[in-house]
Design a protein around this ligand. Structure first.
Ligand SMILES: Cc1ncc(COP(=O)(O)O)c(C=O)c1O
Length: 351
């Protein structure tokens, strides 16, 4: 059944093991982030078999499906209305709002559980986290008075909105916060979580300041790539996931539409260059599953456009001679893995 996403489980396991060993060698624990592949159960089994330190996902719906004794961490700040099911299905959540933490405490009391919290601090990337130092101290004080909340630690997230690259100096600010909190409240924080796959470069260079003892890794597992500079990592695979889509039309046609040009299927006015006649194939997959700009063809073909259910491909220079019913394969990016794994129209095939 096409389209299908081919998932190489051993390559996935290899990347995961390599990153886990690297973190452990450098004295850090690792949260394996499963949201890019929607916590696919076959891959979750590998994550569980490899005994990662923490399972983590941004969607509570994904954590609900995972049965394991490994601690489960909710990465996206909880929605206040979801507090109850977060307490039920996650051991720890990342938080920055005291009103939400209060609600988590309320349900943790009701369910007779202790819910762990990693307090997020914004070091300048300007997505989630408390930015103001007084607010950090005030929030910690309030949390410590809550009966069923355990302040597990602090964390930060970089290279997501603002594109800020984690440096030793920036991460030292998180360590300074750890020391401030530990001194002020005479406590020990268990987890100091320095960030995501953008931390790998300074991890490999041994430039992560001592005090940071955890990172949360998603993209590097699936694509063998760090995300501060986009460099591929030695000893990892970048082709764990491959898309295979089927050809449903092949015809020679003009490259330039005939008639007055208005809007395309997505309300945009197309800008098309006239290249004369062209051998064009149509693939049975479209924007509902993936944006064609995020697909990297193995053959010498050019993806020239797409609508909801179709991708149009210039196959004039292709190495293969294609016929109806043949398939075309593509290497994937983070965005394309995310959307293809989310689409219910794409079959999963494991090799
Ligand atoms: C808070 C948080 N931490 C870590 C990650 C993992 O990021 P990456 O896939 O770049 O490793 C994400 C995104 O999935 C996230 O939202």
């Amino acid at each position: 059944m096409y389209p299908r996403i081919i998932i190489n489980k051993e390559k996935f396991r290899h990347n995961l093991r390599y990153l886990l060993d690297t973190c452990h060698d450098k004295g850090l624990s690792m949260m394996a982030v499963s949201k890019v592949f929607c916590a696919d159960l076959e891959l979750m089994n590998i994550i569980i078999e490899e005994n990662v330190d923490y399972i983590s996902d941004s969607r509570i719906e994904n954590l609900i499906g995972i049965a394991s004794v490994i601690p489960k961490v909710l990465l996206r700040l909880p929605s206040i209305g979801d507090a109850k099911r977060i307490v039920i299905h996650a051991d720890i959540s990342l938080n920055s709002e005291i009103s939400v933490i209060k609600e988590l405490n309320k349900y943790a009391q009701e369910l007779d559980r202790i819910h762990g919290v990693i307090l997020m601090i914004d070091l300048g990337d300007l997505r989630e986290g408390i930015y103001d130092e007084n607010e950090v101290i005030d929030t910690v004080r309030k949390m410590l008075s809550m009966s069923n909340i355990k302040l597990k630690g602090i964390g930060t997230n970089l290279t997501c909105y603002g594109g800020i690259i984690p440096s030793t100096e920036i991460l030292q600010k998180l360590v300074d916060y750890k020391e401030l909190i530990e001194k002020e409240f005479e406590i020990k924080l268990e987890i100091i979580s320095g960030g995501n796959s953008s931390n790998i470069e300074i991890l490999l260079e041994d430039k992560i300041p001592s005090g940071i003892n955890n990172i949360r890794i998603g993209e590097a597992i699936v694509l063998g790539r760090e995300t501060a500079y986009g460099n591929y990592l030695d000893n990892t695979y970048n082709d764990v996931f491959t898309l295979e889509a089927e050809i449903i039309e092949i015809k020679e046609k003009p490259s330039y539409p005939i008639g007055d040009i208005g809007m395309d299927a997505f309300g945009k006015v197309p800008k098309i260059v006239d290249k004369g006649n062209m051998l064009r194939a149509i693939l049975a997959i479209g924007k509902q599953d993936v944006y064609h700009e995020e697909l990297i063809p193995y053959d010498v073909v050019n993806l020239i456009g797409s609508s909801s259910d179709h991708i149009i491909v210039d196959v004039g220079d292709a190495h293969n001679i294609y016929e109806i019913g043949d398939t075309m394969k593509f290497k994937l990016t983070y965005a394309s893995i995310l959307s293809l794994m989310t689409s219910k129209y794409v079959t999963k095939y494991y090799e």
